[in-house]
Write a protein that binds this ligand. Structure first.
Ligand code: NIG
Ligand code: FE
Length: 404
């Protein structure tokens, strides 16, 4: 007698991303059973002992885990199209930042934008992701640089998670740039650690803490203070490191057992084993590499050799990566960084989940959240192969069908 469940999908092919020794964790002629928002069964149809009145015939189509965009800055005011034009005329990203543009200009615009308008513009970007089958998105603050505006950004991020069928993970990036009113970077770091982070944490607005460790951001010693403060509050650590130069930010992040290091174009091969030892995910952001027309590539070969999990994200932001497509980022990770299509899909599922500490997501497997989508293609490698070639036919989040 089959057991009842809330949703039963049969006759599908799973790119389950389970570690079952088969590429993509493929399971052919499979079934999925969902109970209470979780996957109760995912495996061969003939071994499945579930049934439901809510039954879907997968007709041989493919099911993949809900995609996870584990690095975005998609809540912001204004845009930076004019800087794009400047860069096309040869002015560098770092020079624009030094002249008071870059992140600072988005800080001005974000401070001047009301919460509702920030919500509306961010919602449009999240919907672009959702329609590609993205069901979890990380959103960073960092365009406020004062407690009031950082709070506004994080509240918008939380509201998106409440109002759209998508899981939002929030990251406090107070240490993104030094605000113009601060008397020094040191004083600002003190404010971040002693006032902003505790206040926002108290309101339940922070899931993780991030820094921008760079010449145009903060020094490793300043970042160390932020990590110590995060550790004091038991908050997971992430870090923008080695994007434009090698300040050894990844080594520092590894010392603090960071969940992830991000960008890492200038990461030295010798430092890669430290990431493995610290169980830190390497988050690749090919959209920023592409948009800034960079040439220095992350040490993919060493990361692969040392079995450091690699994630892929959009870095969606108005400056370095105006990209609201995770599927395009997967394609870029393959074309620009030589990831295989399977590595790219791992990078937006199981490894992206690890980067966010959401290990109950990212695979179609019993016990995981029932976030997945149904696609028509011949093989899952097609997801990263083209640009704007595919959209999911259906999406489920927590076992509920998403209408979009
Ligand atoms: O991930 N590197 C720092 N932060 C963002 C860019 C922010 C911006 O330019 O507005 C990034 O690239
Ligand atoms: Fe970023």
């Amino acid at each position: 007698m089959p057991q009842p469940c809330d949703l039963f999908i049969h006759s599908v092919q799973l790119a389950s991303m389970q570690d079952n020794g088969v590429p993509y964790g493929i399971i052919e002629n499979a079934a999925i059973a969902v109970c209470d928002g979780k996957i109760a069964y995912a495996g061969p149809m003939d071994e499945c002992n579930y049934s439901s009145e809510n039954k879907v015939d997968g007709q041989g189509k493919w099911c993949i885990p809900g995609l996870i965009d584990c690095h975005t800055h998609l809540v912001y005011g204004g845009n930076r199209a004019q800087e794009f034009e400047q860069r096309l005329q040869g002015v560098s990203y770092a020079d624009i930042a030094k002249q008071g543009g870059g992140i600072q200009s988005t800080v001005n615009a974000t401070r001047a934008t009301c919460e509702q308008d920030l919500f509306d513009s961010a919602k449009c970007r999240v919907l672009r992701l959702l329609e590609e089958g993205v069901t979890t998105v990380e959103i960073k603050s960092g365009y406020g640089l004062n407690v009031e505006t950082e709070k506004k950004m994080l509240r918008v991020a939380r509201a998106i998670g409440e109002q759209l069928p998508i899981t939002i993970s929030t990251t406090f990036l107070g240490a993104h740039a030094v605000p113009k009113e601060a008397s020094s970077a040191e004083c600002y770091i003190d404010l971040v650690c002693k006032e902003m982070m505790p206040a926002l944490h108290k309101e339940g607005l922070i899931d993780a803490v991030d820094v921008f460790c760079e010449h145009i951001g903060f020094s490793p010693e300043q970042c160390r203070k932020v990590f110590q403060a995060a550790q004091g509050l038991n908050l997971p650590i992430k870090a923008h490191v080695e994007q434009l130069s090698d300040l050894k930010g990844a080594c520092l992040a590894a010392e603090f057992k960071a969940n992830s290091v991000e960008h890492i174009e200038y990461l030295a091969e010798d430092d890669v084993p430290k990431l493995k030892t610290a169980d830190t995910v390497a988050v690749l952001l090919p959209g920023a590499f592409y948009s800034l027309n960079e040439t220095q590539k992350p040490p993919i070969h060493a990361l692969r050799q040392h079995r450091v999990p690699m994630a892929v994200a959009t870095d969606c932001n108005p400056g370095s990566s105006p990209v609201a497509s995770l599927l395009t980022s997967m394609n870029m990770a393959c074309v620009l960084f030589s990831l295989t299509p399977e590595e790219a899909l791992k990078g937006t599922t199981v490894h992206a989940a690890k980067a966010l500490g959401l290990t109950h997501k990212g695979q179609i497997k019993a016990g995981m959240d029932a976030d997945f989508s149904l696609w028509i293609f011949q093989h899952p490698c097609e997801l990263a192969y083209g640009i704007n070639m595919h959209r999911p036919e259906r999406i489920w989040v927590g076992g509920n069908r998403v209408q979009f």
